[in-house]
Design a protein around this ligand. Structure first.
Ligand code: BES
Ligand code: MN
Ligand code: ZN
Length: 480
């Protein structure tokens, strides 16, 4: 969607639809003139009770040539003192998906109501951009529902913020595309291509033989059952900062569970087990496009987890780069095996912090549903920063404890650790397992198993891959 910022009178702009955000209980106060030009139709609709201004309520009015825009869309923001940045984002999402559903292409946003709230219209635009997404790569029928253009009517200087938002949303869409892609077209090698498609970054791929030499036994054990070659991908973006931050993204392009095979019902969704890596790629894309000062090393231990005659078996013991041994209790707890070696590898760059993002546990959605990213870590200040970024972006994180007692849950009788600690505390024991590899390096673990995919349309997130983590981590780096 093209974004144009213009200081022009609402009634003078030709477009398919002009969006008028309205507050509950305040009628058309911000739009007396437009209401008059429209023969008081908006007021009539409101007094008839057909539109009240409740959050995300919509009402479309044809203007019949009374003003230049062909239609006016009233959208509710709720009560004045209850409007938040997120409510604006959601209203923007709702307005855009409603209009794109009608195949409307060219829209405009009046910012008067939003300015009267001392809030930024950029949030509304962000919601509209995020909602304007569909994954149609595998549909033979052409059906372009996307809105092509939005004109933001304002005299505010918004160019910089809009440019930033556009880059962040494009990156989230890039991540959504990768995650929505089926695993036959999204293999570890495809992730390499995605990494190589980024500009102004350097990409190094550690192939299986080199990974063996390096001793990445835990990571390699995950790939053993598949014919798809594993690819350990290292992507560097260097802004002006000297010390890097390592971003590790879980990159299991399909998780069947391996020999500890998953039930077939719903297994098709396990193509989204590389959502962490998609988030990392999205962050690197926007960071390099926006020439952010951050120095980021993205690490994607990519593999496919399948059962076969060569696959890892429960009871097998593997060794990580650090030399720590792991007893594989479940081949379905593969994410932590791959991520453990990636965290160890990340330490070679002496990063100021390691952040891993992973669809790590089903227990995460049991605890948090689909609303919240589980956060664990060993550095309170770092986690506080992540929390702030999450409040800004509404990609919300919530902390879980890593008390020492959890160590017992992953003690093995024959190796240093075991990869599964049973059902109780499953979200935390997965985090604790990774903590053993992070050691003294400041580290955060984000479990996005519950938030990377949505089965229902949300105001600005259509069904499917959500792109979670991209806006969160970009905000984290922006304010770092
Ligand atoms: N990729 C899954 C976690 C997952 C489940 C993500 C559902 C998204 C939706 C992970 O590899 C896994 O299978 N974890 C196991 C761990 C268990 C065997 C200790 C799980 O959560 O059941
Ligand atoms: Mn698994
Ligand atoms: Zn998995």
């Amino acid at each position: 969607m093209k974004i144009i910022i213009q200081n022009k009178k609402e009634t003078d702009l030709s477009c398919d639809a002009l969006i008028l955000p309205l507050l509950e209980g305040e009628g058309t106060t911000s739009y007396k003139d437009i209401n008059r030009s429209l023969n008081n139709i908006p007021d009539k609709i409101i007094s008839a009770g057909e539109f009240t201004g409740k959050p995300n309520e919509v009402c479309l009015v044809h203007t019949e040539g009374m003003i230049k825009p062909d239609r006016v869309l009233l959208i509710g923001l709720g009560k004045r003192n209850e409007v938040t940045v997120e409510k604006l984002r959601q209203a923007g999402g709702k307005a855009a998906s409603y209009l794109s559903g009608l195949k409307i292409k060219d829209i405009a946003l009046s910012t008067k109501t939003i300015s009267s709230l001392k809030l930024t219209p950029v949030a509304f635009v962000e919601g509209a951009l995020l909602a304007n997404y569909s994954f149609r790569k595998y549909k033979s029928e052409e059906n372009h529902k996307e809105i092509k253009k939005i004109t933001v009517l304002t005299n505010e200087k918004l160019d910089k913020q809009i440019k930033w938002t556009e880059a962040a949303v494009n990156a989230a869409h890039f991540a959504r595309d990768l995650v929505n892609s089926p695993s036959n077209d999204m293999t570890p090698s495809t992730l390499v291509k995605a990494a190589r498609s980024l500009k102004n970054v350097s990409v190094k791929v550690i192939e299986k033989s080199e990974a063996e030499r390096l001793g990445m036994g835990a990571y390699l054990s995950v790939a053993k059952g598949s014919n798809e070659p594993p690819k350990f991908i290292v992507i560097t973006y260097k802004g002006k900062n000297t010390t890097p931050v390592a971003l590790v993204g879980k990159a299991i392009t399909f998780d069947s569970g391996g020999i500890s095979i998953k039930p077939s019902e719903g297994m098709e969704k396990m193509k989204y087990d590389m959502a962490g890596s998609a988030a990392v790629l999205g962050v690197l894309k926007a960071a390099s496009e926006m020439k952010m000062p951050a120095h980021i090393i993205g690490i994607l231990p990519a593999a496919e987890n399948l059962p076969s005659g060569t696959a890892s078996k429960p009871g097998d013991v593997v060794k990580t780069i650090s030399g720590k041994t792991i007893e594989i209790i479940s081949t379905d707890a593969e994410g932590r095996l791959a991520v453990a070696d990636a965290i160890e590898y990340a330490k070679r760059f002496k990063p100021s912090a390691i952040i891993d993002i992973a669809t790590l546990t089903g227990a995460c959605s049991i605890a948090f549903g689909n609303e919240t990213v589980a956060m664990m870590g060993n550095d309170e200040a770092l986690m506080e920063k992540m929390k702030k970024a999450s409040e800004e972006t509404y990609e919300r994180v919530w902390p879980m404890p890593l008390f020492d007692e959890y160590k017992d849950y992953i003690k093995s009788d024959i190796a240093d650790l075991k990869n599964a600690g049973g059902r109780s505390g499953g979200l935390i024991t997965a985090g604790y397992f990774l903590k053993e590899f992070a050691g003294d390096t400041p580290w955060i673990h984000l479990d996005i198993a519950g938030t990377a995919w949505t089965d229902k349309d949300r105001p600005y997130i259509p069904k499917g891959a959500t792109g979670i983590g991209v806006r969160l981590l970009l905000e984290f780096f922006r304010t770092a």
